[in-house]
Design a protein around this ligand. Structure first.
Ligand code: ZN
Length: 277
């Protein structure tokens, strides 16, 4: 470095370093991690699972092949201990969210990207409906109204060509090939029309949420029952408010009650209420 500084001006060396850093970071800057994740999740659910169930593997040249995913190593080295703890398996550091772990991968483990003929899965977002998965609760009212069928038809054809390129290599019976093709296209290509494109993805509830609801719900119901019983008892409960009556007060009350029974004319006159004199 000292030799370099002697030969070249300091500003030149600095500019060269900045340029190198820009080139290195640009390599994966264009590839959105969240969008790639949306595509990857769909592939795991509807694509790789189909091949596994048939004991087959996608064609080596298929752009969606697992080995060509730019972020495959990094994504495989994430551990989520619980909702707010994400751990980097390369160095053991923990983060509050997946977003910060992604930033950590960019800053510290950029050398752990898949090398060679890599693919950015986010580039297939138009086929895998990323915009719908990004906003699962959005209505997409205007998008539905302004939807152009011919544009989606072009996407569907591209999707079908992509799926055909992924069919397993080797001697496969026509029936089995057609079976795989229809299964991998059912949740992708088949949805690329104005009727189905904007359908929201089914939202699966995480296991920890189900457990949380199962624990909290009985306590909540019990709390409600106790609350309403207390209110009912307060307003309609049939017991004296002051239970510390003296013996004399009790005898006086009984005496008044007897006198009241003996005087039907008075009871009639005062509406059956005990006489308070
Ligand atoms: Zn790390």
């Amino acid at each position: 470095m000292v030799v370099l500084l002697d030969v070249f001006p300091r500003s030149w060396v600095l500019m060269t370093c900045v340029l190198c850093w820009c080139v290195i970071t640009e390599a994966n800057d264009h590839c959105s991690r969240p969008l790639s994740r949306i595509v990857r999740n769909q592939l795991t659910e509807h694509f790789y699972s189909v091949f596994e169930s048939k004991s087959e593997e996608p064609h080596r040249k298929c752009p969606l092949h697992l080995d060509r995913d730019l972020y495959r190593f990094q994504e495989g080295n994430k551990t989520q201990d619980y909702p707010s703890r994400w751990v980097c398996n390369f160095c053991g550091k923990a983060f509050l969210s997946e977003h910060y772990l992604d930033m950590h991968f960019d800053n510290r483990h950029s050398d752990e990207l898949v090398k060679g003929t890599t693919v950015c899965l986010a580039d297939f977002c138009d086929i895998f409906r990323c915009e719908v998965f990004e906003n699962p609760r959005k209505d997409f009212f205007w998008e539905k109204k302004l939807c152009k069928e011919d544009r989606l038809t072009a996407r569907r054809r591209r999707c079908e060509a992509l799926m055909r390129s992924c069919l397993p290599q080797g001697n496969l019976s026509l029936d089995k090939e057609l079976e795989i093709y229809e299964a991998i296209g059912a949740n992708t290509c088949a949805l690329l029309n104005c009727k189905n494109y904007w359908k929201p993805p089914h939202q699966e509830i995480a296991a920890w949420k189900i457990i949380l609801y199962a624990v909290i719900t009985p306590f909540f119901v019990m709390g409600l029952i106790v609350y309403y019983y207390a209110i009912f008892d307060h307003y309609f409960g049939d017991y004296p408010t002051d239970i510390s009556w003296s013996r004399e007060e009790e005898e006086e009350s009984i005496s008044l009650s007897r006198r009241s029974r003996r005087s039907p004319d008075l009871r009639k006159r005062y509406g059956g209420r005990p006489l308070m004199y």
